[in-house]
Write a protein that binds this ligand. Sequence first.
Ligand code: FEO
Length: 172
Amino acid sequence: MLTKNMEKALNGQIRLEAESSQVYLSMASWAEVKGLEGISLFMYGHSDEERMHMLKLIKYVNERGGHAHISDLKAPDKDFGSFQKMFQELYEHEIFVSKSINELVHVSLEEKDYATHNFLQWYVAEQIEEEALARNILDKINLIGNDKGGLYLFDRDVQQITAGNADSNTTE
Ligand code: FEO
């Protein structure tokens, strides 16, 4: 059985994962109308992943005798300026999510809820991957600079990260 504090904290994370999904969905749509097909597919895929993170939390909260709340969400930006700025934003957003997961782990220890502590380890590991992936992409973007051919290859590469598995791309 979850304590009220733990339930509240987990519900906060459910909302954050849902908002993350919306942010990446908005990025996907922006990239799509700019003709950045690969980047757009990457963002659509990333949005789906965030929804999966949210669902996993919902199932867990309900399974442990809590009630997962589905709340209203903050509307994401519609315009992201440039694809470089957009990926920088993605990176910063993931750092923010990692901090939030760390806070949750902290609450689980305060509440002596070792089952939730154990459950959260999946998210801790996932955040390491997500941050590494975002950093890897930013490194690639820095290499390209303003080279149009480089952008073409990047758009194609990032599409492969979506189609393949992100994990192998973060450890190259
Ligand atoms: Fe669910 Fe990208 O963190």
